[in-house]
Design a protein around this ligand. Sequence first.
Ligand code: MN
Length: 306
Amino acid sequence: MIETKKPIHIINVPLDLGASRRGTDAGPSAFRVARLGHAIRSLGYSISSETDIPVPAMETRQSSDTRARFKEEILAVCTQLANYTRDSLDAGELPIVIGGDHSIAMGTVSGLSAYLQEKNQKLGLIWFDAHGDMNLPGSSPSGNIHGMPLAHLLGYGDAELSSILGAKPAVDAGNVVLIGIRDIDDVEREFIRESGVTAFTMRDIDQLGMPEVTSRTLEIANRDTAGFHVSFDLDGCDPDVIPGTGTTVPGGVSFREAHLLLEECAADGRMTSLEIVELNPFLDHANISAERAVTLIQSALGRSIL
Ligand SMILES: [Mn+2]
C-alpha cells in the first residue's frame, strides 16, 4: 500500500492528431462517464485539480508533413502538457494523464524528466503497449506520431519533439522497459534491440509469468532513478479485455496480468505518475473499456482485494 497519499492532479488531453483512426479525442469524456473521479476519491485520495488541455480539431488543420503528421500541433499540445506535469511534481502531486493518443507521452514524460533533471535526478519509464512506439519520422510507414513517442523520449527523431522543455534525452534507455509488445514494424525491430531498452514481449510474459516480469521491470525502472512513470497504452491488453482501442492486436495481456503489474507498481511506492492512452469510445461496447481502465487505475493507486 502507498503510505502517504499524494493529491491527484488529473490532466485530460483529448488528442487524436497522432493517429489515423479518429476517436481518442473522446477518451477523457468516457473516463468521466465511467466515474474516474469518484473511483479515485473512494480510495481515500483527494483530487487537487483537473485540467483540460485544449487540442485543435483535425477538421480545421492540414498537415503538410507526411513524415510526422500534425507535428506542429502535437508539439504545441505536448509542450503545454509538459509544463503541467512538471508543475504537478513540483507541487507534490501525483499527476494522472488521460489521453488521447500515445503521442501525448512525449509531453507527459518530458515534463516529469525536466523537473527531475533540474535536481540531477532521473526518471524510470514503464511502457505498457502492444507496439514498440519506436518509429522515426523518416522510417514510419504511416507518419502517425503515436507510433513514435518512445523513440523521441530516448532522444532520437525530430529535434523539437525530442527536446521538449530541454529534457534530451528525457529518459535513459537503461531505465526503460517495454511490456506486452507483439506487433513490431520491421524497421523498428533492430532499433529496439540496439537502443538498450528492455523489452518483455508477450512470449516473455508467457514464459516468465507476469510476477517475474514485474519484479525485473521494477528493478530496471528504479535503478538510480528518483522513481518511475507508467505509460499505459490500453492496446497492450488483450482485445477481449479492452475492445475500445484503435489498434487492437490479439494475444495480449490478460485483465488480471495487467492488474497485477499495476498493483505491484503501487506496492513498490515509487510511481511518480501514470498515464492511460488510446481509449477510443467509438469502438467500445457500452463504455466497458473505460470502466475496466478505471479499475486498472485504482490498482495503480493501491487498491487491493483484501
Ligand atoms: Mn502506444
